[in-house]
Ligand binder design. Sequence first.
Ligand code: PLP
Length: 387
Amino acid sequence: MSELKTIDKEYIANTYARFPVELVSGKGSLVYDESGREYIDMGSGIGVTAFGIADDEWKAAVTGQLGKLQHMSNLYYTEPCARLAKLLCEKTGMKKVFFCNSGAEANEGAIKAARKYAAEKKGPDYFTIVTLENSFHGRTLTTLAATGQAHYHELFQPLTPGFVHAPANDLEAVKTAALQNKAAAVLIECIQGEGGVIPLQKDFVTGLAAFCKAEDILLMVDEVQTGNGRTGELYAYMNFGVQPDVVSTAKGLGGGLPLGAVMFGEKTEFTLGAGDHGSTFGGNPVCCAGALSILSRIDDKLLADVKKKSAMAFAALQGAPGVESVSGMGLMIGIKPVKPASDVVKACMENGVLCLTAKDKVRLLPALNIPEDILMKAIEVIKGACA
Ligand SMILES: *Cc1c(COP(=O)(O)O)cnc(C)c1O
């Protein structure tokens, strides 16, 4: 470990503040460090390993495809991406899918589609995208511009122009921003993840959807973190009773392999045409085979289990000593401790539980299939660390 730390420090760009632990293997929601010590994984690689580590069904799907065709250009047809796109559309009512490799890229695809849609429909000055204050949409220069948190922007000016931010849950402010700036689209996270696990208010989301429809402004939902069963519905927007025009997703979709997707609804299904967008790795057959295994298992029973485990976790955490509040939905949970969140996460790690932070919250994004006893064991450790 100390040698690895030295190599990492010397050769890896200094963009990550790592915890002092090297993880080497795992199974399901348990993960092991180099000394064989066991941890309960309550972060699942930031909501990526949707069915845990080295899940047997996912592994069989991935390795089966790996031995057949690990990559092929999008110049040719391949089966896993076509089948995955069909399943995504059948489960959401969306019409078409573009595959890429990450959340930021999915948002880039959504933004490009919005710009083209509005330019064609309303004219070239309808290019602005309205996003919410405290949002997070990625790390590229365009998705940083979309991100409504100034501290991400400071060192990287100039960012892509054409983004304005409005306060979350203030429908009048979003409407004004959209109309004054000739907006092409409004892009939201239904639960702000990096911003501190903060769900939007339901009447704000439904009001926004009605406004967007009336004005022919695209409603785009960033489901990179909230998607793929995380909130107890397949996509978080389904908790709010709205139908977006564009949905971006990534993280949990690939079950641990890099895969992003932009889903287009009726308005935008034909917006991007041949040559308008592309990706060398997008729709990679191995990633898509894994995603097919993940998505086909996010059914009503699994979602009911997510909701049940969520209720158990919320009940155990709410009002516990040292816990100020608990937020989120499904297995996307934010705990506001009295102590600094980073101190709680450190104490949890020392006691064998890996958690994340999001601003002043301890953030939990465990595997969707985490067994109840393991989940509750972790929650007890977290409660102990908060007290
Ligand atoms: C993680 C995240 C992104 C960025 O995803 P990457 O795969 O890291 O590019 C974008 N939006 C939201 C809401 C996210 O949580």
